[in-house]
Structure formats: C-alpha cells, structure tokens
Ligand binder design. Structure first.
Ligand code: NDP
Length: 271
C-alpha cells in the first residue's frame, strides 16, 4: 500500500496540492497517494485522527485550520512556533511534528520565480490569519525597508504585533491612505468569496508588485484593483503554493523536487 498524504481544509475542493504532489512523486520516484480531506468547521481534530488511524503519514493544512493544527502538533519547528500556525503535519512514531512552509513558499516565489528583491522594499501585508502569520518572520528576515500589516479586524493585527515585536507595524485599511508600497501581498481570504478588502486608492508605488496568495480563480478582485491602480507585475499564489509544497515534500520524504516544471504544468492546466 502506498504511503498516504492529504491536504485538509474547508473549503478544499479548489486545492491544486494533489496535482502538485503527484508530480513531485512521479519526478522523484516516490510511491505515495495524496488526497483532499474536507473537514467540518468544528471537526478538524476528529478528521485528523481518523486519517492517522488509517495509516496517513502527513497532512498539509489549509484554511481555516492552521491555528488548530498548531495546537494539535506535539513537536514544532522554529518557524511554526514563530508563526503560531502550522501548514504541514508529519506523523512520527511518538510525536506529531508541525511545521510552517508558507513563508519559504512566498519568499521563494517572489525572489526566485518573480526575480524581485524584498530587501530594502516597503512591504504591505493584508490579513492576519494563518497565512499572514506564516510569512511575517520570513519577510522580516529579508530585511525590507518596512513591513506593515493591515487587517479588517485591527485587534488581530495588534495581537500579532505583540508576538512579533519590533519591525512590524500595524494599520487599519483606512489608515493606509496616502502611503505607498513596493510590494503588496494579499493574505486575506477575501478573494475566496470574490470580495476585496476596503483599500484606499494610491497604495502602489511605481513598478510595485501586487501579489494575491489566492490562485486558480482567474483575476481576483484584489489583482483587478491593483491593475487599475497601476501595479505591475501582478502575481497569483500558484508559485507560492508549489514552493511551499516542495518544502512540505522535503519534510516528509527528504527529497527536494524541481519546482519549475511543476509550476509550468499547473499554469498550462489552469482550471
Ligand atoms: P484565515 O481564515 O486564517 O484568515 C482570513 C483572513 O482574511 C483574516 O485576516 C480576515 O480578516 C481576512 N478576510 C476575510 N474576508 C475578508 C474580507 N471580505 N475583507 C477583508 N478581509 C477579509 O485564512 P488563511 O490565512 O489561512 O488564508 C488566507 C488566504 O491565503 C486564502 O485565500 C488561502 O487560500 C490563501 N493561501 C494561499 C497559499 C498559497 O500557497 N498560495 C498558502 C496559504 C494560504 P478578519 O481578521 O478581519 O476576519
């Protein structure tokens, strides 16, 4: 029987992770299966335990369960501890190892695939959920000129600032009026429902990168807004997805797949 892995979330039907991990497995000659697990909103732990009980070896965790996965893990990586969010679980004999590969994925996509420096740039991060938490420390390690986190619910952003400390500035959307940024990353789930965070006009500096972590839905409301506001280039989160998946694959299998052909294939088979 092949080794079993899955992505767990709600919703999860849109996830391209099964296709990515199937490609990684084919490329590296690994015998494994990778499925989608839809967990009820209040049934994360039960769904994980059931998967473990039928021999599952590891899970990717997507919204809205990254904080619960953090609580479920019994051993954490440094980056998962810093993020207080887990997107990768590995079931070991005597422990559940939790890691967070979202930051590595985002940084790899921006700096390697898109060829953009983060160092010295003014970066705006929208959202304060699991995805945002996972990328704050990795973004700060790139030494941007500034990192501003804006969220609809300011209290959540302020709570994150208390954890992170110096280096992270927080803001409401309205307070962003009159400011400009070189990189704007949408880490809200607004695009999932076709919504747009209530952003003021004029946020994008000349040549600013607009990055939506959402993928697979064509031009999101955020990217449409960014285009009209003059941002260029525009990027969806497919590259981040492939890069974070490669890091998860490495955690589970000890092998680093080549991401470029997989990203190219996904773009060709866009749904
Ligand atoms: P969470 O549910 O943990 O967080 C949701 C965040 O979105 C909160 O900050 C929430 O604000 C905000 N939000 C939701 N709706 C709106 C809205 N209409 N207007 C403004 N803000 C809104 O989700 P995650 O952090 O796990 O995921 C966020 C997104 O990132 C998802 O689209 C997910 O698919 C994507 N993602 C992509 C990855 C990739 O590899 N490409 C990896 C990880 C995530 P509030 O606090 O006010 O409720």
């Amino acid at each position: 029987m092949p080794d079993q892995y899955a992505v767990i979330g709600n919703p999860v039907a849109h996830s391209r992770s099964p296709q990515i991990h199937a490609e990684f497995a084919r490329q590296t000659g690994q015998d494994l299966t990778y499925e989608r697990l839809l967990a009820p909103a209040n049934g994360f732990m039960e769904a994980v335990k059931a998967f473990q009980a039928r021999g599952g070896l590891g899970l990717n965790v997507t919204l809205p369960f990254k904080a619960e996965a953090f609580g479920y893990a019994t051993r954490l990586s440094g980056r998962a501890s810093a993020a207080q969010a887990v997107n990768t679980l590995k079931f070991e004999d005597d422990a559940v190892f939790g890691d967070n590969t979202d930051g590595t994925g985002l940084i790899g996509d921006i700096t390697h695939n898109l060829g953009r420096d983060i160092a010295g740039r003014r970066v705006l991060l929208l959202g304060a959920g699991g995805a945002a938490r996972g990328v704050i420390m990795p973004l700060l390690l790139q030494q941007p000129a500034s990192l501003t986190l804006a969220n609809r619910t300011l209290a959540k952003a302020q709570a994150l600032q208390q954890t992170i400390g110096a280096g992270l500035e927080v803001s409401t959307y309205a307070e962003l009026a009159g400011r400009q940024f070189d990189i704007v990353v949408n880490a809200t789930s607004a695009s999932l429902t076709g919504a747009l965070p209530q952003l003021p006009s004029g946020l994008f500096a000349g040549g600013a990168l607009a990055y939506d972590m959402m993928y697979g839905v064509g031009e999101t409301p955020f990217l449409a807004f960014a285009r009209v506001e003059g941002a260029a280039p525009l990027a969806d989160g497919l590259g981040m997805l492939v890069e974070q998946a490669a890091e998860s694959f490495f955690i589970w299998r000890g092998l680093r797949p080549d991401t470029a052909p997989v990203l190219k294939l996904l773009r060709q088979t866009a749904v």
